[in-house]
Design a protein around this ligand. Structure first.
Ligand SMILES: N[C@@H](CCC(=O)N[C@@H](CS)C(=O)NCC(=O)O)C(=O)O
Length: 199
């Protein structure tokens, strides 16, 4: 099994964390911008993004689909609860993360990590900051008296946020207390430490 990914890629980190949580080692191919443009890579992933997982004839891109596949292939330890309501709540938070958090976080963290200040779109970044400030209270309420978002154990719900929360300090939005404690808990996991970005 091969995972095309990159140490500094947030979406790839989801798959890299899931693999480590499950104690599974696969070939991780560091795939830079030039490699993502090649016809060979585009034949696997027409969008030229990472991550992409290849397992024999199976080719998957989209980090959440890769999580789904890894869960089915390597069910232990489970990263999704069996209880129907908890399972649906995990899916809900993964979706909320991808719709209500990551697009806004990326609008701030990508320029701040990778682009010169002169090219930053400050208005767009301010709007993203506002959206994030509306999202944190939802997580804050869910985390009241709990260590993790769903079923009080580490699931995809936490995993989906983890690589993006890593850059929370760049967003200039204060983490509410439960979210801050949750983030500290996530950052301490072995799988998180083993996949820390280099920049
Ligand atoms: N929705 C995709 C997003 C993947 C994505 O945007 N990956 C970034 C790296 S973190 C990328 O490949 N960016 C390059 C590009 O968009 O051309 C997923 O969940 O896998």
């Amino acid at each position: 099994m091969k995972l095309y990914s990159a140490v500094n890629s947030t979406f790839s980190r989801r798959a890299r964390i899931a693999l480590r949580e499950k104690g599974v080692t696969v070939e991780e191919v560091e795939t830079d911008a030039a490699a993502r443009k090649t016809p060979e890579y585009r034949s696997l992933n027409p969008y030229g993004r990472i991550p992409t997982l290849v397992d024999g004839q199976v080719v998957l891109y989209e980090s959440t689909a890769i999580l789904e596949y890894l869960e089915a292939r390597f069910p232990e330890p489970p990263l999704v609860p069996h209880d129907p309501a908890d399972r649906a709540r995990v899916v809900m938070y993964v979706k909320l993360c991808d719709l209500e958090y990551t697009p806004h976080a990326i609008r701030i963290q990508r320029p701040r990590r990778l682009e010169p200040k002169e090219s930053w779109d400050l208005e767009r970044m301010a709007a993203a900051r506002e959206a994030i400030a509306c999202h944190y209270p939802i997580l804050e309420r869910e985390l009241e008296g709990k260590d993790y978002l769903v079923a009080d154990r580490f699931t995809w719900a936490d995993l989906a946020y983890l690589p993006f929360l890593h850059f929370h300090a760049l967003l200039d939005v204060d983490l509410p207390p439960n979210v801050a404690a949750w983030w500290a808990r996530l950052a301490e996991r072995e799988s998180a430490r083993a996949t820390e970005p280099s920049q």
